[in-house]
Design a protein around this ligand. Sequence first.
Ligand SMILES: [Zn+2]
Length: 290
Amino acid sequence: MLAFIIFGTRGIRSTIKQGAFYCPQCQSEKNYKHKKVTQFFTLYFIPLIPLGNKGEYVECQTCRNTYIERVLDIAPVLDITPKKAVASSTTEEQIERFGGQSAQMGIASESAAQTSTPAASQSTPAASSDTSLIDQVKQLAEAEAALVAAQEKVAAEKAEAEKPVDILSEKQKAIKKVLIMMILADGKVEDSEISMFHKVYRDVADSVVPDIYKEIEEVRVENKAPRQYLKQVSAYLNEEGKKDIIKAAMMIAASDGDIDPSEVRMVENFGKALELRTLEVREIIESIKV
Ligand SMILES: [Zn+2]
């Protein structure tokens, strides 16, 4: 009889803090959990001895994206939002005021126009009535110009408040990098690979890369192996994020029309680097059919 002692290490996640934050992916205030990943020595897959802190991340409880802790620093954006809302409501009040004013003046000039006809026979009052009418028309035009300006200001403030905060989730960063590493694997970058990248990145990471060639150049210069990279980022990802990386890698592998065994092995190795269970990785691989 053979007896195996199965031991290893595994990152165990625990929540150290929770609250509300601005999620860049949801683009609104959502609940988050701040998680800490502790590396454990495992015996027969049971975590026994904590070996130290491996990483931390902030997880959105709605979209499940994970972010580096710094995402909480953009929380002041949330504090600014009500201020901006106040600012725009002031402008809205201004519009109301101007609008009200021009409406009043509209009535005033209308009544002035009505009274001006009988007054035309009397030279002096008619002249003064005409002057006041011109003044009122001028004022009305000014008020309308101010109204347009105020409306434009509100639109600009609204656009500014709605501008997404430029921060990627760890999953998005990792998918982008791994896919580029796969594109670079054969040493050449083909147009079909680029278009496939955009499709997979949009489908799985729910985002877009504006300048793919710049990103490719960065990855090329860095010259890191995907497994080594994934081992590093594993502590900043949750289960969903890891599975999405495997899914995206598999979609790229399948994009040329066939999946050969070496590609399957490569993706399985990605799964190992991410500390995913072999069965889970197999399921994702199976789900991607050519
Ligand atoms: Zn979210």
